[in-house]
Design a protein around this ligand. Sequence first.
Ligand SMILES: Nc1ncnc2c1ncn2[C@@H]1O[C@H](COP(=O)(O)OP(=O)(O)O)[C@@H](O)[C@H]1O
Ligand SMILES: [Mg+2]
Length: 408
Amino acid sequence: MMKIKVGVIFGGESVEHEVSVISAMQAMNKLDQDKYDIIPIYITKDREWYTGEMLKDIEVYQDLSLIKKYGKNVVLYYNKGRFVLQNKKFPKSIVTDIDIVFPIVHGTNVEDGGLQGYLQTIGVPFVGSDVYASVVGQDKVFMKDIWKASKLPVTDYVWFYDVDYKQDSEDVIKKVEKLDYPVIVKPATTGSSVGIAVCSTREELINGIDDAIQYDKKILVEEVVQHLKEVNIAVMGNYEHQKVSEIEEVISSNKFLTYADKYIGDDNGKLKGGKVPVKGTSKGMASANRKLPADLDDKVRKEVEEVAIEAFKALGSSGNSRIDFLIDEEKNKVYINEINSIPGSLAFYLWDAKDIDFSSVLDEMINIGVKDYKKRVSKTHSFDTNILQGFAAHGGVKGLKGMKGKLR
Ligand SMILES: Nc1ncnc2c1ncn2[C@@H]1O[C@H](COP(=O)(O)OP(=O)(O)O)[C@@H](O)[C@H]1O
Ligand SMILES: [Mg+2]
């Protein structure tokens, strides 16, 4: 049987570059070698694409000059019915075909639809969410707007642009103060806890906004969920079929809870503001502290599972995404916090806890990618007739008439 050539793309110009390298190494180790030819495609921080067997070895990433020297600098494109990696130094040299691309990338420029747009434009089959779902999966305002419109539970929130704030900060503050303090300020699209702050007073809010606009032009402010328990769940599938993983309780980010807790008991009994301690990364790698399975009663568990599937479908996600929840344990209320279209470590540990091993997760993701591709090509996207034919001859655009000679 012919092996399927899987191009695993990772790295890229993102603050989560290194996390992506680790996620990709973990996955390449577990892809079934009897079924797949695994072709690593590494995007450097300066956006050069490299391939080569050596890129399967984590050690080489300690010294980029090794990669530049021994790796093959390539470009992925469509050529006479095939998708190929072509050597940039030797334009006639095609390094390999690619049957399907497997993006294992995190953060801005890559997970956010940037890479998916490129893949969709050249037409290559790929694993995971398409452009639309990837874009909304990176923007905390887009995802909340869609979930809210779909009647799914999210905290109350408002958003604004940095220019709105610069032009009329009072108006923005007035809008924000329709929410109840404490609130949490977040840059909308940066994928790490940087720039996030809890604010209990107007003064803190102003500081929080001043800080957040350093990171993003778009700012989200939402109500803080009290008595917080954070749980994550993965959803695998596409718009047709979905299934859910085990649920984990995240302990490491409870640093934030303890931080808040510390201040809740002060004189006025209110949560004091401050920056959320940076957790290193929000990707939720396999090594983070967690309780797995999470300690939830059946009703809440069921709600998390059902809401996760609806949230996944509402965005049109595909592949294997992780959906993060905030639970108010006192009110027993569940809120969706965010989706990670391509979670750290591909959330394999959440599937493992359900006895689905990493290799099977990867198999399933590739199968879903193939199905998505077939679906995409089965829909009509263009017409064979060229409506521009005879356009100039019919005097379609006046300016074109003068061009006639040139066009011929
Ligand atoms: N509305 C909220 N109420 C309480 N805590 C929150 C809220 N939103 C975020 N947090 C805390 O801040 C952390 C980071 O926020 P999140 O929206 O997940 O951004 P990131 O992209 O950095 O993961 C969360 O893991 C959680 O601990
Ligand atoms: Mg998060």
